[in-house]
Design a protein around this ligand. Structure first.
Ligand SMILES: [Zn+2]
Ligand SMILES: [Zn+2]
Length: 274
C-alpha cells in the first residue's frame, strides 16, 4: 500500500516558509495523498537570528486555524485536511506550551527540539560550543529532559534532527550505536508512554539516497522496545517537497518490523496498513 498521509507540513504560517496553503493542498492531491496534516511551527523564546525576523516561530494560531478550516471545507471529499502543530520544547516555555495544546482543538501535536540551551543546531555557531560528540550528547539529554516535562504531544519530531546540520558537513560522529545509551532511554520513554515517532523525509527531498530522521537503526530499535505509533512526514515547507521519499520510508519501516502507520483525529491515533 502507498503511504497516503503526510503528517508534517509547513506553510506561510511558519516563519521559515512562504508557501500558500492552497498550493500545498493541490500538490498533495496531485501526489495521490488522502490526508495532509499541517504542523506549523510554534517555537516560543526563539533567539534573534540574522536571517529571520523577530520571534519568527511565534504562531498566530487563530489565523492559521481560520485558513485551515476554510480549505478543509473547500477540499472536502478530495482530501482530508488535519489541524496540527509542531511545538518546540524548551523548559522555559513549558507552561505556555501546555496551555497552547490545552486551549486548542488540534488533531495532532508534534513535539520537537530545535533549540538546545537556546541555540539551534541549524546554525554553525551551535557546533562550535564544544566537541561534536558532546554536542550530540547534549542534544539527546535535552530531548529526554523535555519529553519528561512536556507530556502533551503525540509524536516526537525528527529525533536525530541535528545530524542534518552537522558542522563540518562531512563529519561522521553520529550513529545510533555511539549514542545508544541515550537514544534507547528516549525510545523506551516514548514507547512506555504511548507516544510515537515522526519518520521525517525532509532530507530525501534533495537527496533521494539520504538518511531520514531518525535513521533506520533508531526506527528498528523503537519497534524492539515496544514502540507502536509511527507517522510519516515530509516536513515540506514548499509544494515540491510534499511526500518526498515516501516509497523509501515505507520500505524502511517494513524492514524495521512495522506493519502499520498512523494518522490522528482529535489526538486519537488511527492505524493504517503499511
Ligand atoms: Zn522541526
Ligand atoms: Zn517541521
Amino acid at each position: 500500500m502507498q503511504i497516503a498521509a503526510d503528517y508534517h507540513l509547513h506553510t506561510h504560517h511558519s516563519g521559515d516558509s512562504k508557501a500558500p496553503m492552497e498550493d500545498m493542498i493541490k500538490q498533495g492531491v496531485l501526489r495521490g495523498l488522502k490526508e495532509m496534516c499541517f504542523t506549523e511551527h510554534m517555537d516560543l523564546d526563539y533567539p534573534e537570528c540574522h536571517d529571520l525576523p523577530k520571534d519568527p516561530f511565534t504562531l498566530d494560531i487563530r489565523s492559521y486555524r481560520e485558513e485551515l478550516m476554510k480549505y478543509k471545507e473547500l477540499f472536502e471529499g478530495r482530501i482530508e485536511i488535519k489541524f496540527g502543530i509542531e511545538i518546540g520544547m524548551q523548559p522555559s516555555c513549558l507552561e505556555e506550551n501546555k496551555k497552547i495544546v490545552r486551549e486548542n482543538d488540534f488533531d495532532f501535536v508534534i513535539a520537537s527540539i530545535h533549540l538546545v540551551d537556546g541555540a539551534d543546531p541549524y546554525y554553525e555557531s551551535f557546533w562550535t560550543g564544544g566537541s561534536i560528540e558532546d554536542r550530540y550528547r547534549r542534544y539527546f539529554d535535552a530531548t529526554l529532559e523535555n519529553i519528561r516535562l512536556f507530556d502533551d504531544f503525540d509524536v516526537l519530531g525528527h529525533l536525530d534532527y541535528m545530524s542534518r546540520y552537522v558542522f563540518p558537513k562531512n563529519d561522521t560522529t553520529y550513529s545510533y550505536e555511539r549514542f545508544r545509551d541515550r537514544i534507547d532511554e528516549i525510545l523506551k520513554y516514548l514507547a512506555d508512554n504511548g507516544k510515537g515517532l515522526d519518520i521525517n523525509s525532509k532530507v530525501l527531498a534533495s537527496d533521494s539516497d539520504g538518511i531520514p530522521n531518525p535513521c533506520p537503526e533508531v526506527i528498528r530499535r523503537f519497534k524492539e522496545l515496544g514502540g507502536r505509533i509511527i507517522t510519516f512526514g515530509s516536513d515540506a515547507h514548499a509544494p515540491t517537497g510534499i511526500a518526498a521519499g515516501f516509497e523509501r520510508l515505507r520500505d524502511i519501516a517494513l524492514s524495521c518490523g512495522f506493519t502499520e502507520y498512523y494518522t490522528f483525529e482529535k489526538r486519537s491515533p488511527v492505524p493504517h496498513e503499511l
